[in-house]
Design a binder for this molecule. Structure first.
Ligand code: PLP
Length: 400
């Protein structure tokens, strides 16, 4: 009998966390590597946020807080939802966790049991399916190819929903595809959801502020207020304010669900770091221009990376609508032969070839559940991105 529980055998380690670690180790051992795996902005945390953290330490805000977050941070979140999303949440409809990741984990663990299903459009963030599996549920993966803009259609949603569907997990803008749902597209999905009252919707809005070409962000509870009672609106400060290491995420949702999530967190991690909570409140309450300015910089990088990748033989890169990743198709290199004599059979082979031959790291589409694609992060300087794309082009050109 295995010492490990079956639930741990059902899941795999996060591919992105592992890849980032591998790049860090290679760099530390002196390898000249262009790392494009990272899922975090390369900018610094704004100074006023760091100052708020220093003040919190000086004021001895170093003790346990309420499990669901400090009243100060929860008020800042309440104000953020009202100001930016037109959503009114009461204090018992809001909770704070150690990153958006724990918010989603709490929600899934508090609701999904054996036999329950969660509809997940793919390509998707690596953690959703594994969280559902950990809870004993079944991820119902719905392929959303580039011809659909990597988006879930009404028809595909209708087909995917079953009597035991507990959740639709919707991530917009999406990691890895950048697909971003407009208010009209969300209204279309809402029409389907109205026919299936057993389905709750988890909207992962963590890339809300990384949106391009003048798009306006929309979230389901705002577009379809009648569905607010079965929508969990998830967000966090990691991507918007370059605060990935601070570990603060939050959600607004129906009070009974939030209460269950708090109960779970009270028996696992308790509150998120008290200093980080003070910093997150300062980020949400502070000036927001920095967020828009950084989105402009990301857009410049996106344009350059997509153009350079499209010049590489065998690759086809769409223009993402949001987030800071490209998800090019590498279908054109599958079946080709490397200078060392190997055959590229999968996107994982291609990503490994890029690392071995040109020391540039990306992530295989396999991890995001749509192949043959690969993900590159453009949260890096223009110079690094130019060099990374040059190496990728060279690697593609060398294939026969
Ligand atoms: N959701 C998506 C789509 C993500 O890409 C990430 C991080 O990469 C998260 C949630 C979790 O972010 P955090 O836990 O840092 O708030």
């Amino acid at each position: 009998m295995s010492f490990l529980a079956p639930r741990i055998e059902r899941i795999k380690p996060s591919a992105s966390s592992m890849a980032v670690r591998r790049v860090r180790e290679l760099k530390a051992s002196g390898v000249d590597i262009v790392g494009l795996t990272t899922g975090e902005p390369d900018f610094g945390t704004p100074d006023w946020v760091k100052e708020a953290a220093a003040r919190a330490m000086a004021e001895e805000k170093t003790k346990y807080t309420n499990v669901d977050g400090t009243p100060d941070l929860k008020r800042a979140i309440q104000a953020k939802f009202a100001r930016e999303n037109g959503l009114e949440y009461q204090m018992d409809e809001i909770m704070v966790s150690n990153g958006g990741k724990q918010v989603i984990f709490n929600a899934v663990m508090a609701t999904v049991a054996a036999g329950d299903e969660a509809v997940i459009p793919t390509p998707c963030w690596v953690s959703y399916p594994d969280m559902v599996l950990l809870a004993g549920g079944t991820p119902r993966l719905v392929p959303c190819p580039p011809e659909q803009g990597f988006k879930l259609t009404q028809a595909a949603l209708e087909t995917a929903i079953a009597p035991r569907t507990k959740w639709l997990i919707l991530n917009s803008p999406c990691n890895p595809s950048g697909a971003s749902y407009s208010a009209a597209e969300l209204s279309g999905l809402a029409e389907v959801l109205r026919r299936h009252p057993q389905v709750h919707v988890l909207t992962d809005d963590i890339y809300e502020h990384v949106l391009y070409d003048g798009r306006t962000f929309a979230t389901l509870a705002q577009v379809a207020p009648d569905l607010k009672e079965r929508t969990l609106t998830v967000n966090g400060v990691s991507k918007a304010y370059a605060m990935t290491g601070w570990r603060i995420g939050y959600a607004g949702g129906p009070a009974p669900l939030i209460k269950a999530m708090i109960k779970l967190q009270s028996q696992s991690t308790s509150n998120a770091c008290s200093i980080s909570q003070a910093a997150a409140a300062a980020a949400l309450d502070g000036p927001q221009e920095v967020v828009r300015e950084r989105a402009r910089l990301f857009q410049e990088r996106r344009d350059m990376v997509a153009a350079l990748l499209n010049a590489a033989p065998g690759l086809q890169c769409h223009l993402p609508e949001g987030a800071f990743y490209v998800y090019p198709s590498c279908a054109g290199v599958i079946g080709r032969t490397t200078p060392a004599g190997g055959t590229i059979q999968t996107d994982a082979d291609f990503v490994m070839y890029l690392l071995d031959a040109q020391r540039v790291s990306g992530l295989q589409g396999d991890a995001y559940l749509m192949s043959p694609f690969f993900r590159l992060s453009f949260a890096a300087s223009l110079e690094t991105l130019r060099e990374g794309c040059r190496r990728i082009r060279e690697a593609c050109t060398a294939l026969r």
